[in-house]
Design a protein. Sequence first.
Length: 139
Amino acid sequence: MSAQPAKAQNRVSERRRRRYPRFRSEFPVTVSLFSGKDHERLNAHCRDLSAGGIGVLIAADLNVGEVASLAFSLPTLAQPWNLRAVLRCRRGYQYGFEFLSLSPQQSQALADYFPTLERSDSDFEADPPPKKPGMPRTT
């Protein structure tokens, strides 16, 4: 029996590890894109949220690496947030943005909000298993 399937499986699990757990959350988001003098405002819908970013549905064609301004209000707060974020991944019309500018107060508001939500990433590992001695780091 070959060891190849185990190696492939290990690579997949390492690739799927995230820095922060994701939580299901639904609320409207406005995505503003700036390109030179052009300004585009898109309506989006939050699908999941983490301490490091947000997953949204947008009926548009965006490119990974674009920087955007995100405007939204957490359902538990009345005050709207305006954050800068970079588009890190895309699958169809599902987009994953990484926050670039969270204040300490916003980070705390997220931390207070998460316990009220359901996890959306069953494969999250907070602390990856230690590497075997002599094995190169993959991150």
